[in-house]
Design a protein around this ligand. Sequence first.
Ligand code: NAP
Length: 330
Amino acid sequence: MATGRNVMRAVKVFEFGGPEVLKLQSDISLPVPKENQVLIKVHACGINPVETYVRSGNYAIKPALPYTPGTDVSGVIQGVGEHVAAFKKGDRVFTISTVSGGYAEYTVASVDTVFSLSDKLDFKQGAAIGIPYFTAYHALFQKGSAKAGETVLVHGASGGVGIATCQIARAYGLKVLGTAGTEEGMKLVLKNGAHKAFNHRKKDYLAQIKEEAGTGGVNVIIEMLANVNLANDLQLLSSGGRVMIVGCRGPIEIHPRDTMLKESSIRGVSLWSASKEEKHECAASVLAGIDAGWLKPVLGPEYLMEKVAEAHKDIIHSQGALGKMVLLTC
Ligand code: NAP
């Protein structure tokens, strides 16, 4: 084995349930890369809300038990499968998916989900790219058909996907309105590309957004909590406006008539469902953004692997997001 080690620490889920089912194990065999895979020494792994839904067992996707969560790792290539020419031992990389799970000291990933990590970003930032930035691009352009000069509302802009969306939308020439639930969150949103920020915990914030958007209304809404906001979103849209449902944690009642006069669209977004070509396009935009310097992941709370259960509790019961939550694995 290229690492000189046979076992590693990794978080395992043996049964679906609450955060307490996340068990840190210290005797897990190192995964071995197959011919089109790479072995990565993980430095950090992004924590995404979806990993809590999957862990609970109440989600459409149920991995075979036991499994290790985590898709967005950053680290260093430790070994490559026999058909891999794109990477070599020692390369700094980040991923948008893993085969063996990212909440671990080492992981195996398929080579087509691995990208070079620029020296401009550290490993923690590398772990904040994958799902947030790829989802942001997918929602804005591939599903939302956003165009330069349009107005986008990032409804929930202070977390991982929200900040990514603000940075990308600003770089591509949109007018960016973002919401957060705290003053600090609003400041962060403004620092990361939003022209204006609003507090989604304040009663009058929708009226403020309406005023800011003017008579034209908002062309695209990137919605992080549709079960709370969808009915209101329909009131904010322009003629031909689009709501992209990125996040949703329950049902909501809407009046379909609210879509008719403006011929509005409501569209679900899932990075899981993006095609290979779409992901390729997301990657091109993300890598160009890092190179040009406008794509800078913002880090929120950091957790050691021992505290992974706390991290899963905190991401769902957040008092106010301030960037991307990451797990430190070494
Ligand atoms: P996150 O980092 O935990 O951020 C959550 C965001 O939601 C924060 O900005 C938070 O703002 C905001 N929020 C809280 N209450 C809100 C409200 N009433 N109205 C609008 N926004 C509100 O999570 P994330 O990684 O950015 O993900 C956001 C959502 O998208 C999650 O539901 C996640 O599961 C989903 N997601 C979906 C996909 C997909 O492919 N469809 C991919 C990635 C993520 P404050 O904390 O400042 O209040």
